[in-house]
Design a protein around this ligand. Sequence first.
Ligand code: HMG
Ligand code: MG
Length: 302
Amino acid sequence: DYPARVKIVDVGPRDGLQNEKQPVPASVKIELVQRLQDAGLKEIEVTSFVSPKWVPQMADNAEVMAGIARKSGVRYSVLTPNMKGFEAAVAAPREYWPDEIVVFGAASEAFSQRNINCSIAESIERFAPVVEAARAAGIQVRGAMSCTVGCPYEGEIAPERVDYLAGLMKGIGVQRVDVADTIGVGTPLKVQRAIEATLRHFGVDEISGHFHDTYGQALSNTLAALQLGVWNFQSSVAGLGGCPYAKGATGNVATEDVVYLLQGLGIDTGIHLEKLIDAGQYISEHLGRPTQSRVARALMAR
Ligand code: HMG
Ligand code: MG
């Protein structure tokens, strides 16, 4: 039995754009968020409060958060890896605060070092006060877990590593977690093992799938997660993106393709596919690249 409904976080404005070499103007990011919410997305990962030296593309985080026109019922999230990031995210008036912050750790030590410049244990020490401050401020907390099936530096990652990280995330008060296949190497059974390891610490309603599509497995992995009852997913409009610390890894699975899959299964997402394709075309045209969504390409060719 598949879940009756699915909620998608479009991570395009953040995961999708963070790796772009040419600066994308804040106005374009704001328009992309607008089009995503117009298409019916109820959760949007807008930006990240990270070091602009590490990720220059997200340096306009405050401008983007202040520029989006909030729609009621939509949850806007941002990445905050440490207190400095959290403080920056709430430095603005309350109406510009995120509804949810995301701390992001890795199941692999090497990836933790490359991505956030500290060990897994140190990352949890940095996240703990962020989680506490966010929850005290009434902001929800998600934890992203990178490299839950494979790591660009360590190779295959055992489910025990995911179990360990998920336990640490739970221990500091993270409310829900993303099981991420950062470099898209996962296949359905491996992804299911990573989800099962996470289920030892979080309920199925608190787990989301975050699959990059480097090896073309992300839709299969989505189906495998659905089979375990997971009903929250992250995807990126037009399949934008890639992580700067995961060389060669492509974007997230395209939101359009996930929506098409779910529609075919009779699962409700509340997302309007044509409007979503328009949002994908908007950003693809801005970037001067064809969409990575197979569904968008097929429907536009008709
Ligand atoms: P660090 O160098 O260890 O931190 O960076 P530090 O505390 O030693 O500070 C060094 C400098 O950074 C200082 O500036 C700080 O002020 C500044 P300086 O004195 O040299 O001028 N700094 C900051 N500036 C702005 N915002 C901040 C901040 N923190 C410190 N929050 C840090 C640690 C995590 C900040 C750094 O390593 C970093 O920014 N890394 C980038 C991580 C990132 O954004 N990765 C991509 C997102 S994760 C992802 O894509 C995976 C995901 O999609 C799931 C998946 O697919 O796997 C979520
Ligand atoms: Mg990602």
